[in-house]
Design a protein around this ligand. Structure first.
Ligand code: NI
Length: 185
């Protein structure tokens, strides 16, 4: 178990597509996932994708416990999702502020599908299938984008809605599902 270095935006390794995991229930896979959780915890993230620590496999982790101090931030179950597939439930999208451990100190307003179905596998190869919305749906879309080499600034429609956390004015941050308190993905 180890905290790994997180690749930062600008590093070309973040822009490559990742390969499917072929073997489940292996010590190598377990080791990667432990390092991902250690790294996410160290940097107070709510999600992390394997390529952010230089592993080019289709593995993401995420989760956020409910917190009395931030009742507006919706809890997301701790999840390890391997070889994920996302299907939008409808065309409806919503905007929300996102951060990323590969882009420390910054935030951007990103449009994502409001409701999605996602599926994938656990580390032991069991199926996961869920239908989710809101912040949970946003986190999954953000993390899975990493597996295709897409960082959230590539999805910002108006680049003026991208900037430093302490400089941005976020008029709805008090109610937003992705307020700064919810942490970067
Ligand atoms: Ni990210």
């Amino acid at each position: 178990m180890a905290v790994r270095q997180i690749l930062k935006m600008g590093d070309p390794r973040l822009y490559q597509s990742c390969e499917l995991v072929q073997e489940f229930n292996t010590t190598a896979l377990t080791g990667i996932i432990e390092d991902m959780f250690d790294t996410m915890a160290e940097y107070n993230g709510v999600g992390l994708a394997a390529p952010q620590i230089g592993i080019y496999r289709r593995i993401v982790i995420f989760g956020l416990e409910s917190n009395d101090r931030y009742p507006d931030v919706e809890a997301v179950p701790e999840t390890i999702l391997i070889n994920p597939v996302i299907t939008p439930v409808s065309e409806e999208q919503e905007e929300g502020w996102e951060g990323c451990l590969s882009i420390p100190g910054m935030r951007g307003l990103v449009s994502r599908y409001s409701k999605i179905k996602y599926s994938g596998f656990t580390p032991t190869g069991e199926n996961i299938a869920r239908e989710v919305e809101g912040f949970h749906a946003r986190v999954v879309q953000h993390e899975c984008d990493h597996l295709d080499g897409i960082l959230y600034p590539l999805r910002i429609r108006d680049i003026r809605n991208f900037g430093y956390e302490d400089a941005l004015v976020q008029p709805d941050s008090g109610e937003s599902e992705t307020s700064p308190d919810s942490g970067p993905c």
